[in-house]
Design a protein around this ligand. Structure first.
Ligand code: DOR
Length: 436
């Protein structure tokens, strides 16, 4: 029997690929797991469509078809935290959220600070519903004392290093990390919060923290950390990526550094774009406890402005699963973090696109080609012959966030009950439908 001309065709969607400058209605043709044609309105295309079986066609009329989304900041918790998430469940959550690629953080147990643990994660991820890229630890056991073998980590496939969860407090160590990482052409991703200034703080230090009598972590802790690392980035000529930016001062420092040609990039989470510290006093919902903390409305607005003007390159969820029993406690006892993979698209559509801050093309760029560029990852566009990693979004779909609908093993979202507009319709990885 002759082999089929196409395996799958996504038909009549609005295809948006900011990297290729594409934004119009078209059909996307997939063969052998790769994108082989994006076209519409020719006699040949009409003939092709007629020759296909129904189960090879996805009707994307009224939907948006974009490159598979990429999230460069995700905690998959495996090894060691399987009660909260596994690579399998985390990747299922990624697929449900439209992400075909995720970068996993090394603060697992044991830490991902050696080749064996990188290999373990890669092996477990081989059959998962998303591509997993490993970010190794900057320092052994993420303790900030001794550099991990960064060259070994890169050799086996780590795409960057970070001690996420911890700031590399010692500037000498951070300087060496930037120098080593430069030799391997990878960025150092930094959780930028000075640990001395934050000590014991569990929310933003502000009027709200005083009012609630909760110990605060000040914005200046982030600003000092960012400013110091930009200076180190400049002297080393390395590449610095600031994770989850939250303050006006940090945005300003990054903006200035970029203007000066310093090699710094930055990300922001949906929760820092949507929520402020004013939420905490309403119910003391422990899912609002995150590091860095939710800031003031002025900070939130500055971060949105930074996202719009390109100071902040990408949106990353910082998906941080925690077990229900661990979050079922007083606010200041709760571990920091909330899940985010499955709510990112809806939150960005509802709070940034619908409010006129970002166009779809801007938002998609910040979740595809920009994160791919920062970490040198494949994908992020719909180029011919590239793996068919494709996300189809129903832009006007109204839905309510429900804990029982999460694919993630953990349910610690501060957005449960939120009414959102815009939902992932289908996610395709390498030509395989992994969600929808
Ligand atoms: O809120 C957070 N949770 N921030 C981090 O940096 C770490 C993360 C976690 O691992 O739970």
């Amino acid at each position: 029997m002759a082999s089929k001309k196409y395996d799958l065709v996504i038909k009549d969607g609005r295809v948006i690929d900011p990297a290729l400058g594409f934004g119009k209605e078209a059909h996307v043709f997939v063969k052998n797991g790769r994108i082989v044609k994006i076209q519409k309105d020719s006699a040949a295309v009409a003939r092709d469509l007629k020759s296909l079986d129904n189960d090879q066609l996805i009707d994307a009329a009224g939907k948006i078809v974009v490159p598979g989304l990429i999230d460069i900041h995700v905690h998959l918790r495996e090894p060691g935290g399987e009660a909260k998430e596994t690579i399998e469940t985390g990747c299922r959550a990624a697929a449900a959220g439209g992400f075909t690629s995720v970068c996993c953080m090394p603060n697992t147990t044991p830490r991902i600070d050696n080749q064996e643990t990188v290999k373990f994660v890669q092996d477990r991820a081989a059959s998962a519903d998303a591509r997993v890229y490993v970010v190794g630890a900057i320092t052994k056991n993420i303790e900030g004392k001794e550099l991990s073998e960064i060259g070994d980590l890169v050799k086996i496939g780590a795409v960057a290093v970070t001690d996420d969860g911890n700031y590399v407090q010692n500037p000498e160590i951070m300087r060496r990390a930037l120098e080593y990482a430069r030799m391997f052409d990878i960025p150092v991703m930094q959780h930028a919060e000075d640990q001395f200034l934050c000590a014991g703080g569990v929310m933003n230090e502000s009027f709200q923290s005083s009012r609630l009598g909760i110990k605060g972590a000040p914005a200046v802790a982030e600003e000092i950390a960012v400013t110091r690392d930009i200076a180190l980035c400049q002297v080393t000529g390395g590449r610095l990526h600031i994770q989850h930016v939250t303050t006006r001062g940090a945005v300003e420092a990054i903006r200035k550094a970029k203007l000066a040609g310093i090699n710094v990039t930055a990300e922001v989470t949906p929760h820092h774009l949507v929520l402020t510290d004013e939420e905490i006093g309403k119910e003391f919902n422990t899912n609002l406890r995150v590091n860095p903390p939710l800031r003031t409305a002025a900070d939130r607005d500055a971060v949105i402005e930074g996202l719009i003007d390109g100071t902040i390159d990408c949106i990353a969820s910082d998906h941080a699963p925690h077990a229900e029993q661990d979050k079922d406690c007083e606010f200041d006892m709760a571990p920091p973090g909330m899940i985010g993979l499955e709510t990112t698209v809806g939150l960005i559509k509802t709070y940034l696109i619908d409010k006129g801050y970002l166009s779809w093309a801007d938002a998609v760029r910040k979740m595809t080609s920009n994160p791919a560029r920062i970490l040198g990852l494949p994908g992020g566009n719909l180029a011919m012959d590239s793996p068919a990693d494709i996300t189809i979004i129903d832009p006007e779909k109204k839905w309510t966030v429900r804990a029982d609908r999460f694919q993630s093993r953990s349910k610690n979202s501060a957005f449960i009950g939120y009414k959102l507009s815009g939902r992932v319709f289908k996610t395709i990885m390498g030509g395989r439908i992994v969600f929808g």
